[in-house]
Design a protein around this ligand. Structure first.
Ligand SMILES: *Cc1c(COP(=O)(O)O)cnc(C)c1O
Ligand code: SF4
Length: 456
């Protein structure tokens, strides 16, 4: 009953809800798109989170099930052609990787800047972009209990070897932390680090506790497991062991934060998810929540207000609202900057101060996390007011700046400076020092993909 089973291209047509409700055409479309973008869901989601009476527009269905619109027409046709002509596995793989490479798996083109060089080697399982927070990608945590259709991390899941991350060697990460005492936070991410069995996760966390690093204040686990597989915290064989491990981290004097990725209030409604929240919070772990704003999933203010209120009621702290980034199926999910700000503002206006801790809407762009503070007029010119929530240089943070208003803009690249400014202030900062990370550990050569927008 509670044992995890993935539903993928291999077995989805045998699931009753799918067999009964989807047309042959829709199943074929899932096959086509699922050969390019990874598809995975599970029984908990299908049985508890999707309203099958109106599944086509159901936010969780959209979140998990590939559909034709996720691909550009020419890409869809290419793969559909290959499938109907009976192409073999190898040929399908070729078509898939060709399309994937055209999907811009390296949006900011700048992983080079985030992966540190240390002890003569590139630390491929680490990203260190902002001075205080280091990302760590444990190699056993590079998949998830289900895949989000908008996720830009798909190159990690699709088996393109040279695009994969992961580092087993926590000891090297610990030496890196000792050498960089400015880092107060280590954020375990993936994939989903809570896909790891507790035994494996505990090796990483115990090593960090034992290292007793003077600078380390917080360990964060970025995860969507609360929503996609709440049994992880309640019924899984090693669920209790996981809770004990969390308790142990907290008791060691390190703050433990579960950075929970939750897109829609629907995900918070089941008894089991509420039980999971109670159990995690009972260990002394703080749950902070974040989500991107996505067309066809959660692009209205009432949904966000409800999402934040429900989260506060469950004892969480709303953290970030992200803007969809420029990769994958952005044409299907993108919400303009102007509209994102309206949704944020209207949602914030509806909730009490406890839920106004959510910051955004924010773009994780090359120079940093840029928040759209609003739209206004200055000396008759309509402008966006922006600020960095995080920057490659700490001194950029919380310094308001302006861009010309553009109702169609969806990303920082679409914007140009307002008034008579030639460039944005941060572009004038010397490029060689455009980083918080010490230069001697920051030089690296070829790296393939930027995973720096973290939804969790
Ligand atoms: C968002 C983000 C972090 C975490 O930043 P905080 O503001 O400390 O939550 C760290 N690294 C990267 C690359 C990020 O995008
Ligand atoms: S957003 Fe998170 S849970 Fe969703 S597919 Fe990406 S890494 Fe996995």
């Amino acid at each position: 009953m509670h044992s995890y089973k993935a539903i993928t291209l291999r077995n989805f047509t045998s699931i009753p809800q799918i067999a009964l409700n989807l047309s042959e055409r829709e199943k074929f479309e899932i096959m086509v798109v699922g050969h390019v973008l990874p598809f995975k869901t599970n029984r908990y989601i299908i049985e508890n989170l999707i309203d099958w009476n109106q599944f086509r527009n159901d936010p969780i269905y959209v979140l998990n099930f590939p559909r034709k619109e996720l691909l550009l027409d020419q890409h869809f046709e290419e793969m559909a052609q290959a499938l109907t002509s009976g192409a073999g596995k190898a040929e399908l793989r070729l078509v898939a990787s060709k399309i994937r490479r055209e999907l811009n798996p390296n949006p900011a083109g700048q992983m080079e800047k985030n992966v540190p060089q240390f002890e003569e080697e590139k630390l491929t399982g680490i990203q260190h972009k902002y001075r205080e927070t280091m990302l760590f990608f444990p190699s056993q945590g590079q998949t998830c209990h289900a895949f989000c259709t908008f996720c830009f991390r798909w190159p990690q899941f699709t088996g393109i070897k040279d695009l994969k991350f992961g580092m087993k060697d926590i000891q090297r990460a610990i030496r890196y932390l000792s050498a960089n005492p400015d880092v107060t936070d280590i954020l375990f991410t993936g994939g989903d680090p809570l896909i790891m069995r507790t035994k494996i996760l505990s090796q990483y966390l115990n090593a960090l506790i034992a290292a007793d690093l003077p600078g380390l204040q917080s360990i964060r686990l970025g995860s969507k497991a609360l929503s996609y597989w709440p049994h992880r915290f309640v019924h899984d064989e090693d669920a209790d062991e996981l809770l004990h491990l969390m308790e142990k981290v907290v008791k060691s004097g390190i703050n433990l934060a579960l950075m929970a990725h939750i897109n829609h209030p629907r995900e918070l409604q089941t008894d089991i998810v509420q039980e999971a929240f109670r159990r995690v919070i009972g260990t002394g772990t703080v749950i902070r929540t974040q989500s991107p704003i996505m067309r066809n999933i959660n692009d209205d203010s009432a949904t966000w207000a409800e999402l934040w209120q429900k989260q506060v009621q469950l004892g969480c702290i709303p953290y970030y609202m992200f803007i969809a980034r420029d990769t994958g199926a952005q044409h299907y999910f993108a919400v303009t900057l102007a509209r994102s700000w309206e949704i944020y503002k209207e949602a914030i206006q509806r909730v009490s101060g406890l839920a106004r801790t959510a910051r955004g809407p924010s773009m994780s762009a090359d120079p940093g996390k840029v928040q759209v503070l609003g739209v206004t007029k200055v000396h008759g010119e309509k402008v966006f007011v922006l600020q960095f929530l995080q920057g490659r240089k700490a001194k950029w943070v919380h310094r308001p700046f302006f861009a010309k208003f553009d109702p169609a803009a969806i990303w920082l690249d679409d914007l140009s400076p307002a008034f008579d400014d030639k460039t944005f202030f941060f572009k004038n900062d010397h490029p060689l020092t455009q980083t918080n990370v010490p230069l001697e550990v920051n030089r690296s050569s070829s790296v393939d993909i930027d995973l720096s927008t973290i939804y969790h």
